[in-house]
Design a protein around this ligand. Sequence first.
Ligand code: SF4
Length: 291
Amino acid sequence: MLQQTQVKTVIPYFNKFTKKFKTLKELSKCSEKEILKLWEGLGYYRRARNLLTSSKLLVKEYKSKLPDEIKEIKKLPGVGDYTANALLGLVYNKPTIALDGNVKRVFSRLLNKKVLKINFEKFIELNKKNLFSTKRNSDFVEALMEFGALICKPKDPKCGICDLNRTCKYFNSSNKIKNIKNKMIKSKNYDFFCYLNKKKQIALTKENKISFLKNFNLPVIKKMGNISENKNWKFLRSYKNSISNLKLNINLYYKFSNKIPSTYNWYLLKNNKEFIPSFTKKIFKQISTLF
Ligand code: SF4
């Protein structure tokens, strides 16, 4: 839940989730529909699907226990190097380091060397005696992440109160490195075409061809531009929405029709009991102004 999401946003979801599923077995028995409904509003729904698949795999193949080998943990969907190392350290107290952006920055500053210029695997291997001199590896994994987030912060590191400042090459250098974050924000333009009916319903399908919107319930989507295609539709409004690192400029069109393509289903705009991702809910909000 915490991937790409702030703690304060996650807390109510986490509480609701752990109240509903007391054991891995209980979680593994829930349906995708049910887990998505609980996740509704948290975004990045692939995490929910992966969690469900992982729980099934753990119950079936690993007697409901997290494996303690990196190779095995990485078989769980959605678990890469970072999560696998974090789990091994936090759960099994194994000598590992979960290399997220914060931790990489800490090492990069200690060495005064750019993140991209460090071979972290080699660095950890060469320094393992010093890095893993503690028996409290679980605390060490956590502490490194917290240290990066609270002391050796991206902007304005708190070097004055840092215990490592005597040996830190960044602090002691007159030529400090700069790690520039290249977060590419792309902008894309789409036309959304919504079939509506008088029962305040909208027709949606999961079969759209836009890869980053895969598995979303959505109306007809086309790349913006071909005005002749739009002439049978009424323009409602333009608005912006973001998804991952994409900014979408959306033109919303609608038409009332009882005939819809066979892969579409009707959904109520309000009081819908189905799982509706926030992205689609924003479409509902715009469309609701018509009724
Ligand atoms: S001295 Fe400053 S730059 Fe170096 S590790 Fe501490 S907080 Fe980070």
